[in-house]
Design a binder for this molecule. Sequence first.
Ligand SMILES: Cc1cc2nc3c(=O)[nH]c(=O)nc-3n(C[C@H](O)[C@H](O)[C@H](O)COP(=O)(O)OP(=O)(O)OC[C@H]3O[C@@H](n4cnc5c(N)ncnc54)[C@H](O)[C@@H]3O)c2cc1C
Length: 277
Amino acid sequence: MKPAPFDYVRADSVEEAVSVLAEHGDEARVLAGGQSLMPMLNMRLVRPEVLVDIGGLPELAHIEDEGDTVAVGAAVTQGDLADWPELGTALPVVAAALPHVGHFQTRNRGTVCGSICHADPSSELPLCLALLGGEVELHSAHGVRTVPADEFQRGVLTTAKEPDELAVRARLPKAQDGERFAFLEFQHRHGDFAVVAVAAKRSGDSVSLAVGGVADRPEVCRWDTLPGDAVEDALNDLAWTLGGGDDIHATARHRRQLVRHLGKRAIDATAADGAGA
Ligand SMILES: Cc1cc2nc3c(=O)[nH]c(=O)nc-3n(C[C@H](O)[C@H](O)[C@H](O)COP(=O)(O)OP(=O)(O)OC[C@H]3O[C@@H](n4cnc5c(N)ncnc54)[C@H](O)[C@@H]3O)c2cc1C
């Protein structure tokens, strides 16, 4: 199938992109890497009147080390971030997750912010944003606001972003001394979306686990202390709390088992003697 007709604006600045979004509201869509939007257009799941292409905007193509955070501009592709020399030190969990995001061909076009805005519950990058407690900076004709990760994704393909807002950058907190991370996922074939993905962080006694692919958004559970003999019970409780249903990829029962199994391996990997990311 081919998309319904649409107008195309190649924005020359953030200001121009935001002004087109203000003019067309619900009828406009931002085009970043097109790796999710183009299939949706072709299947006519969305029929915007106008596409605002931000992919070539140099002002959005930066990865900036801001001290405690890394700011990833909206034109930075997943491949650009994977190639960033500081990635393994600054954002080890993102470094571990990125190879699981589609294929290198899709990572060469797909952007980090596009994945976060698309808000697929199985996506790896929103999961990392949730685990790290990052934020998304949104610009519109009304001004600038910053939305924390736990308020940004609201459900399946649904976020707090209004139709006239452009996500200009995502901010991801950098790893601190002593923090350890792990990322694991189960997928049917390499490059497929995860059936279940988990990302873990250990900081002192506290352990956080983000789970994707089960609920309608990434969910983060944090334990102030989690002794080794309590991990399995804690994960069993979490698996039942998250819910998740049957679909063509897995049954709810299989998903619960993946939460227990991947969760345990990830948490163990963040222990001092484990193989953390
Ligand atoms: C074969 C294949 C396999 C894939 N496998 C995976 C996978 O395993 N894991 C995974 O996470 N993803 C996967 N993807 C999706 C891929 O990661 C996309 O790149 C990503 O979801 C969207 O990024 P994009 O830059 O291409 O955004 P686009 O497709 O251009 O846009 C996606 C949506 O976000 C909106 N949007 C994008 N950027 C902004 C912005 N700056 N401000 C406001 N709104 C914005 C668009 O309007 C649109 O609604 C796969 C894609 C393909 C084609």
